[in-house]
Design a binder for this molecule. Structure first.
Ligand SMILES: NC(=O)c1ccc[n+]([C@@H]2O[C@H](COP(=O)([O-])OP(=O)(O)OC[C@H]3O[C@@H](n4cnc5c(N)ncnc54)[C@H](O)[C@@H]3O)[C@@H](O)[C@H]2O)c1
Length: 252
């Protein structure tokens, strides 16, 4: 079972002050990783790191605003200076606000794309440079959505487009990084009752959103389990893949 452990590995997770990211952080820390929580909510990131360290795990926090190139470059450099190059980058942070096509604005579209697609481009560029310089390989896991394979709700033009961009970024970067033994994979969560999902702005859900996932709602740790697999030595030859964790939503 050693191949499923992450002892001594450094994991950088964006958006892990809340929701799915907390479950990813818990699972990776329990598998032995030192986890760095990167979030625009710096106090929340510090509180999550404190929760992990008080549970006997290794954790740290860094403030990072994915909409700012300066912030991303500075935060990744800070992590590398403190801990060395990450083994794993999880691009988890994301906005889930909805807006119907005729009401969507350029600023709404840009806001979603900036956090969900442009941000992961910046973190991937910076973290992968550090991984390549360290010469030990690495892992990148991108958190997209089952909206890519089964449109869940009306009002997801910007959101689904941003996740489509993230999925395409996964494939493009998987090809460029394979020579450095860095794999890039994508997890597609279904419904998880997080603060971001429950308080998403937009018109009331309609359309397929009223269909229930056949096995119930996922927990943040269910998404963490899929991330763990891609991050471990067991998955060393798995790259450019997508794994949906959606409790059967795509069957409903
Ligand atoms: N919850 C679901 O049902 C669901 C389903 C499919 C996909 N997802 C995806 O999972 C990921 C996590 O979602 P969640 O439900 O946990 O959301 P959440 O809102 O509960 O957590 C998102 C985190 O991202 C952080 N964040 C927001 N903007 C940021 C920025 N500019 N820079 C850095 N950090 C920022 C927030 O502070 C927060 O801690 C998202 O990418 C989301 O699209 C969620």
């Amino acid at each position: 079972m050693e191949a499923f452990r992450l002892d001594g590995k450094l994991a950088l997770i964006t958006g892990a002050a809340s929701g799915i990211g907390t479950g990813i952080a818990e699972v990776l820390a329990e598998a032995g990783a030192k986890v760095v929580i990167a979030d625009i909510d710096k106090a929340g990131a510090e509180a999550m790191a404190e929760r992990l360290t008080s549970g006997g795990h290794k954790a740290d926090a860094v403030g990072m605003d994915l909409t700012s190139e300066k912030s991303v470059v500075g935060a990744v450099a800070e992590v590398v200076a403190r801990h060395g190059a990450p083994w794993l980058l999880v691009n988890n942070a994301g906005l889930q606000d909805r807006q119907l096509l005729f009401d969507e604005t350029v600023s709404g579209w840009d806001r979603t794309l900036d956090v969900n697609a442009r941000g992961p481009f910046l973190t991937t560029r910076e973290a992968a440079k550090a991984m390549v310089a360290a010469g030990k390989g690495g892992r990148i896991v991108n958190i997209a959505s089952t909206a890519l394979i089964n449109m869940i709700a009306k009002g997801h033009a910007a959101y689904a487009a941003s996740k489509g961009a993230l999925a395409a970024l996964s494939t493009a970067t998987a090809l460029e990084l394979v020579a450095h033994n860095i794999t890039v994979n994508t997890v597609l969560p279904g419904g998880v009752a997080t603060p971001g999902a429950m308080h998403a702005k937009g018109p009331p859900p309609e359309g397929p959103a009223i269909r229930r996932p056949l096995m119930g709602m996922c927990e943040p740790r269910d998404i963490g389990a899929a991330v763990l697999f891609f991050a471990t030595p067991a998955a060393r030859y798995v790259t450019n893949q997508q794994l949906a964790v959606d409790a059967g939503w795509t069957l409903s």
